[in-house]
Design a binder for this molecule. Structure first.
Ligand code: B12
Ligand code: SF4
Ligand code: SF4
Length: 344
């Protein structure tokens, strides 16, 4: 087993990452893969067919890359400056989850991981591969096993210094690196995240039924959202942070130092009426470089219309009326639903 060199550790810090944590992949075991299998067997992945399609490769990093011996796990802090729950009561405003209030983190992390990976490859004379989010890799179990934190009852990684606000990135290496010890679970008897979830998306602690999660409903789910769930979405139009924000471990969290991850002032609490009026071109310009651009204007307007329907603000009826004749049937139905709710 070899240790990472001093220059890798220094560069890691300079790039804004947490210190690197390491997993010996020969010790990864089958527990996480079994959790993934259970999740898929229960259809908790909903319409994210890509999770089921990649299950075999995803359930062990060596199924993705047989030569991999170590995983180097890195976190990037995106801690918010303000309480993300505050805008939930401002009904004429939209709530955008913290991670989407500025630049797409994939674009920020990927280049930095590649740079670090290049240094690790030079030092160890072994191949590396770099992953952020999009590859079939179970980043949270890897991060927990590496000791970067533990998977809290909301299933995300919690870190003692940064709370819930860490993006994860992983570098796989063919070199046998010295592993760091795993972190223990510090949730104790707390159940803050389970109790705050507006849609009751946790069938049990440490398990999420993504089909009920507002993050899934606003970002991943195409088509109409069931009415019983859409009323619970409130004014959340992209992602959800409730279970993360309530975690007591956030009291140690620090604000993001990366400027591209600090909230854009115009995305902290934008007016629903202004968002509903964005043309296709305006939508693309407004959300250029933002993860929100990925869902496209049609789904974005659907989400905004549900928030308008939940606003109890009759002065927003006109913002919905402009979409009554939309070409897209889901948007048309969302507009009709919002108008009827506001009239009643
Ligand atoms: C698919 C996905 C989603 C889905 C599903 C979320 C989920 N919990 O699986 C949706 C769209 C809902 C989602 C939402 C969010 N996501 Co997301 N997502 C992913 C992705 C791409 C894969 C996650 C995955 O593998 N899920 C499959 C499940 C089975 O894995 P798991 O959550 O680890 O589940 C474990 C346990 O639940 C347990 N288990 C499951 N079933 C059972 C049954 C039994 C009986 C037992 C005992 C255990 C058990 O075993 C599993 C394996 O250990 C990862 C990136 C990646 N490649 O890892 C990002 C990732 C997890 N997402 C991330 C973020 C930031 C979010 C949001 C906060 C965004 C937002 N603000 O809206 C929310 C949080 C919602 C939540 N409470 O989880 C970050 C989390 C960072 C962190 N600190 O943990 C990641 C790691 C992306 C990144 N690179 O930073 N996400
Ligand atoms: S992100 Fe929101 S909807 Fe999803 S599990 Fe957490 S609190 Fe529930
Ligand atoms: S809110 Fe409580 S139960 Fe949930 S992750 Fe944080 S410490 Fe664990």
């Amino acid at each position: 087993m070899t240790a990472l060199s001093k220059r890798v550790l220094k560069r890691c810090q300079a790039l804004g990452f947490t210190p690197p944590h390491i997993v010996d992949l020969n010790q990864f075991g089958t527990v996480a893969g079994q959790g993934l299998r259970d999740f898929i067997a229960k259809h908790h992945h909903g319409t994210m067919a890509w999770l089921a399609e990649t299950e075999t490769r995803r359930n062990h990093p060596q199924n993705l890359w047989a030569e991999a011996r170590s995983a180097i796990v890195l976190g990037l802090n995106y801690g918010p400056e303000t309480d993300p729950l505050v805008t939930l009561t401002q009904k004429e405003k939209a709530t955008i989850s913290v991670y989407a209030r500025n630049r797409d983190y994939h674009d920020i992390i990927k280049g930095r991981l590649k740079e670090l990976g290049g240094l690790i490859a030079q030092d160890t004379h072994e191949d590396i591969k770099v992953f952020v989010d999009t590859a079939p890799l179970m980043e949270k179990p890897l991060a927990a096993m590496s000791g970067l934190g533990w998977q809290g009852k909301h299933t995300n990684l919690v870190n003692r210094d940064y709370g819930s606000w860490l993006f994860l990135g992983v570098i796989l290496s063919a070199a046998p690196l010295t592993p760091t010890p795993p972190e223990i679970d510090h949730c104790g008897t707390c159940r803050g995240c389970l109790d705050i979830c507006p849609t009751d998306a946790f069938p049990a602690p440490y398990q999420l039924d993504a089909r009920k999660c507002i993050s899934y409903l606003t970002i991943e789910h195409k088509g109409a959202v069931d009415e019983d769930l859409r009323v619970k979405m409130g004014n959340r139009i992209y992602g959800c942070d409730d279970c993360l924000a309530v975690c007591p471990w956030n009291k140690f969290a620090q604000e993001a130092s990366e400027i591209k991850l600090k909230a854009r002032p115009d995305l902290e609490a934008p007016d629903l009426a202004a968002l509903a009026s964005l043309s296709d071109a305006e939508f693309r310009t407004h959300f250029s470089g933002s993860p929100i651009k990925r869902i496209g204007r049609t789904q974005f307007i659907r989400n905004v219309l549900y928030a308008i329907g939940n606003s109890a603000r009759p002065d927003l009826i006109n913002a919905a009326v402009q979409h009554s004749d939309a070409a897209d049937a889901v948007v048309r139905e969302a507009a009709k639903w919002a108008i009827e709710r506001l009239k009643s």
